[in-house]
Design a protein around this ligand. Sequence first.
Ligand code: 5GP
Length: 202
Amino acid sequence: MSKGRLLIVSGPSGSGKDTILKKAFERLDGVKFSISTITRPMRPGEVEGEKYNFVSVECFEEMIKKGQLLEYNNYIGNYYGTPKAPVEKVIKEGGEIIVEVDVNGHRNIKNMIDSAVSIFIMPPSFEVLKQRLSGRGTDPDEVINKRMESALAEIACAKEYDYIVVNDNLEEAVDDFINIVKSDRLCIERQNYLVDEVLKKC
Ligand code: 5GP
């Protein structure tokens, strides 16, 4: 059985990571997505259980107490966390699961699981990022400004990742993302079993 893989994806709000992931999932077989549990209010158009499970602060803190989260962070006043059980299940079964987390989540996961492969989605420029965030029209100015501040801090951490995908041309960015996932499937760490199988048959 191939070795399972945890893939970590980060990028500032407005970098286009959701769009890249959505398009990549249409072309990648068998990759699972980790649904985060969060306490931020639902935005228009968001669906419970699609990308996030929306819970109360009390419920989230109960999950922390029970050790049900692989990692969690407080991002601009709201909790965001990765449920542990689904990630462990997929990895144990030799599958691939993508967690989309902020830079703190990336650091925390890498400290626990150093075989995790991480990809940072980079906006082509700060100006483009600002246009994308203001153009979304879903957040008040105060939140947009906080997201811009966070974006700068997050970009400063991009060097800690294994790969960077620049989202200038969407289709190229999706291709780059898919190429990373597919190349990772071919690495020796995940294909050791093949060598043993061939040798067994000799
Ligand atoms: P948004 O509110 O724009 O959906 O997400 C804000 C930030 O939280 C993004 O950087 C996103 O990647 C991050 N995020 C989403 N889910 C998780 C999670 O489970 N854990 C952590 N640490 N960050 C998350």
